[in-house]
Design a protein around this ligand. Sequence first.
Ligand code: TNX
Length: 573
Amino acid sequence: MKRECITGLMTEWLTRRTWQVLGAMAVGFLVPTAGAVSATSANDSMPVIPCPVEARRVEQKPIRLRPSTVIVYDAVSQESAARAVEGLRRVTGLTLRTASRGRARGNLVLRFDRGPFLELPDWQRAESYRLAVKASGIELTAPSPHGLFNGVQTLAQLVAPDGKGRWQVRACEVRDYPRFRWRGLLLDPARHFLPPDFLKKFIEVMACYKYNRLQLHLTDDQGWRIEIKKYPRLTEMGSIRKESPKRGDRDHGDGQVYGPFFYSQEQARELVTYAKARHVTLVPEIELPGHFGAAAAAHPEFTCTGGPFEVNTRWGIKPDILCAGNDAAIAFAKDVLSEVCELFPSDIIHIGGDEAPRERWKACAKCQARMKAEGLEREAQLQTWLNHQLESFLASKGRRMIGWDEILEGGLTPGAVVMSWRGSQGGIDAARAGHDVVMSPTTHCYFDYAQAEGPNEPECIGWGSGMIRLAKVYEFDPVSAAIPAAQRQHILGAQGNIWGEFIWDGSGVEYFAFPRALALAEVNWSPTQGRNFDNFISRLNAQYGLLDRLKVNYRKPDAETTRRAEATMVQTK
Ligand code: TNX
């Protein structure tokens, strides 16, 4: 408790100090007369993450946010106004009023506007915004609610205390749009369940940093976490395990029953609505054909041997996968996906596909018969055949299929999107072949790996070789030089994965995710030109106050990081 208070104070101090230094900088700041300035120079003085495309200070007095400030919306931005109230309350504690009409002077005006980025592709323009903070008022314009929402997140990060207990925003102009369209994180409630309220909190924090995709790993060997009406046993049996691996001794059990834990369909729908209002798409993942242990416990008839099985109580890769030779098992997979599509409106549905050992298929008469009938020589091709079934089924529901990079092994199905996790090569190959790709390599994006060494770091899956420090995340470029220019548009973006084997609850998730997720937010959003880690660290220091207000259990910066940040601020000064 005491330690928390001290850290809290330190953070407050750092936040204030950042603003003092920025204030000093602003005095000598040369304001360009016309046009915008590139990210490098001018953005240095704006403590915004992810760094905007263009931002410049304007030589005018800051504007005060008062309890009487009104958020004025136009015909189509009422919902955006509600989100703006939320975003500004989070920072200031003030609950501003909204109105459909009112003076621009002294207020925040939200307005739809097609410009200014008419030259951008539709998806990119749809998320763009322009923010003008002047002594006379604040104007936020965008061509869509998503753009307005993004602008509100930037504005909320620009609000700062004036030293006299009041809130103000510096005069500035920001023009901004994302680099990538898939800015994602993955959570793993299959291994350790994460209650709906935690997911809501996590979505709120993600949205502050302009993330727009949350992948939910809903099924695995150790748990089935989504209610499927047609197969109630999936959650009746599959959401409970006899015990879990012991903390600190993963090869032994802890003797504690775990579950039943799952999301009811009603809860799933509510989460979808909550996320949608914050422009986050929930991407459901149903693991097929591997990581099938919890489903196998409930329905052993859909495996090659017929079981019986128990929900797994140890982590790792398990041999008993879905039987691809059994028509009833294929029908089961489609039935599950059908209910999942009804619950989750995501344009892309994740079918897993990773770590599926194919030895059971080799010994299974049904699988071998299927291979013969379909003219397949290798079991990897049987997985491709299965993916074809799933892909065309999803296409019939108007959805695209995404899978882990193992789906490349037997040949990719035509419309498949690849999530590249075993390094970037799978993604590079897929993009070269004209497939869309999300980059999520273990080298940079595995936030379940350690972020630092030392006795205070919690147990986790990857020690030593698996260490992924903040700087490592920050240096990631999802577009490898090995991808020809013409294929680069296939890289949809990057995703950070917070796997749950050694993360027991929401507070653990937050510790592993933050601040690394802020580095990845910038990788996904900001232009690469002028990127500088020390500068990121100084802006990151200005974010801890917001993370504290959101009650996020982030990893506190160590002395070295703080020293570097201070050094950067002094230098820029
Ligand atoms: C590999 S990433 C897995 C997960 C584990 C993770 C642990 C992927 C597609 N499969 O099942 O949780 O490593 O880091």
